[in-house]
Design a protein around this ligand. Structure first.
Ligand SMILES: NC(=O)c1ccc[n+]([C@@H]2O[C@H](COP(=O)([O-])OP(=O)(O)OC[C@H]3O[C@@H](n4cnc5c(N)ncnc54)[C@H](OP(=O)(O)O)[C@@H]3O)[C@@H](O)[C@H]2O)c1
Length: 307
C-alpha cells in the first residue's frame, strides 16, 4: 500500500483528489489543508512531511486570487505560496524519496502562441499550396517557453522553477479554467459556470466577454487523470491536462445555458467592458502532446449539471 499525501484537501481540486485516491485500496491517503500545514513555512514543511514519510505528495494548495495578486502586498503573499512553497515541497519529496505532483497554470504563458506552418513550408507565405488542408493546432505545448503577463502567472512560474530545481521526481501538471464543486473553504471562489448559472436565473440578459480562448478543466476528470499518470508510472516532467474543445467565456456560456435550458439572452462583449486589474492572455490553450485526451468540456459540464 502506497502512502499518498494530498495538500489542499478542501480546495476544488483537492477534494476530488482525495475522493479518487480513497477509492483505491492500494493507497493510504493522508489529506491536509491550511489547518494542518502552512506550505509557505520551509521548516514546518520539512518536519511534518518527514513524520508522515509519504511515497507520493500531491500539492493542490495555492493562492488563486488572480486580480488581487496585482496588489504589491498580495503579490508577496502569493509568491510565498505559489513561488517558494513548491520548492520546499520538492525538497521534502526528494528527502523522503517521494514523487511530487504539483499543479500550475496556463497563465504562465503570454497568450500569443506561435502559428505553426505545414511541414514543408519554409517561408511563412500562407499561399504555397501546402496550407490548403492544413489546420494548425494553436496553443502552447509542454516545452514552450513561459512568459507570464500578470503577477499571478509570475508566481506560478516561480513555483514551476522551484520544483524543477529541487527534485527530479516530479509531475508538473498545467491546467486552465478549473470547474467543479466549489472549495470547502470560507472564501471559496465559485467557478465560471456556477456564477453564470446564478446570473442566468436572475436576469433576462447577461453580457459575457467573448475573449480569452482556452480550455476548461473539470476537477474530477483532472483528479482521475492525475492518478492514471501515477499508476502508469509515466515519465517525470511537464504535462498539460484540460478537457478538449477550446472556447471563449461567451461560447462556454452559450453551451451552459443550452444544457441548463435557460432562455437568458447572452450578449458577447469585449474585455474592455469588464476591466480587471490583471491582464489576461489572449489565447492560452494548453496543447497536450503526451497523454490521451480528456473528453470535451461540454460532456463534463453535462455531468456536472446533473450532479
Ligand atoms: N482554479 C482555477 O481556475 C485554476 C486554473 C489554473 C491552475 N489552477 C491551479 O490548480 C491548483 C488547484 O486549484 P484550486 O482552484 O483547486 O485551488 P483552491 O480551491 O483555491 O484550493 C486551494 C487550497 O489550498 C489552501 N491553501 C492556501 N494557502 C495555503 C497554505 N499556505 N498552506 C496550506 N494550504 C493552503 C486553500 O485554503 P484557503 O482557501 O483557506 O486559503 C485551499 O483550501 C492550484 O495549483 C492552482 O493554482 C487553478
Amino acid at each position: 500500500m502506497k502512502k499518498v499525501l494530498i495538500i489542499g484537501k478542501n480546495g476544488m481540486l483537492g477534494q476530488e483528489l482525495v475522493k479518487i485516491f480513497k477509492q483505491d485500496k492500494n493507497y493510504k491517503v493522508v489529506a491536509w489543508d491550511k489547518e494542518d500545514i502552512d506550505i509557505s513555512r520551509e521548516k514546518e514543511v520539512a518536519k511534518k512531511i518527514s513524520i508522515i514519510h509519504p511515497e507520493i505528495i500531491l500539492n493542490a494548495a495555492a493562492y488563486n486570487a488572480v486580480d488581487k495578486c496585482e496588489n504589491k502586498k498580495e503579490f508577496e503573499v502569493a509568491k510565498k505560496i505559489n513561488g517558494l512553497a513548491p520548492g520546499y515541497l520538492a525538497a521534502a519529496a526528494k528527502k523522503n524519496k517521494a514523487i511530487l505532483v504539483h499543479y500550475s497554470s496556463d497563465y504562465v504563458f503570454n497568450g500569443l502562441p506561435e502559428i505553426p506552418e505545414p511541414s514543408g513550408c519554409t517561408h511563412s507565405c500562407g499561399s504555397c499550396g501546402l496550407h490548403a488542408d492544413f489546420v494548425p493546432e494553436i496553443g502552447f505545448s509542454e516545452n514552450d517557453k513561459p512568459k507570464p503577463v500578470n503577477a499571478y502567472g509570475k508566481t506560478k512560474l516561480l513555483g514551476e522553477k522551484a520544483v524543477a530545481k529541487n527534485t527530479k521526481k516530479y509531475y508538473l501538471i498545467r491546467i486552465s479554467k478549473l470547474f467543479g464543486a466549489a472549495a470547502l473553504t470560507k472564501d471559496a471562489k465559485k467557478s465560471f459556470f456556477d456564477v453564470m448559472l446564478e446570473l442566468g436565473k436572475k436576469n433576462k440578459e447577461v453580457k459575457v466577454v467573448d475573449e480569452e480562448i482556452a480550455c476548461f478543466t473539470y476537477a474530477p476528470d483532472l483528479a482521475k487523470k492525475t492518478k492514471e499518470i501515477i499508476d502508469a508510472e509515466k515519465p517525470f516532467g511537464i504535462y498539460h491536462i484540460t478537457n478538449t474543445d477550446q472556447t471563449t467565456w461567451y461560447e462556454a456560456c452559450v453551451t451552459l445555458y443550452k444544457l441548463a435550458k435557460l432562455k437568458t439572452k447572452i450578449i458577447p462583449v469585449s474585455g474592455e467592458e469588464f476591466p480587471r486589474p490583471a491582464a489576461r492572455p489572449y489565447c492560452s490553450v494548453l496543447l497536450n502532446t503526451k497523454l490521451n485526451p480528456l473528453r470535451s468540456y461540454k460532456e463534463a459540464l453535462k455531468e456536472y449539471l446533473k450532479k
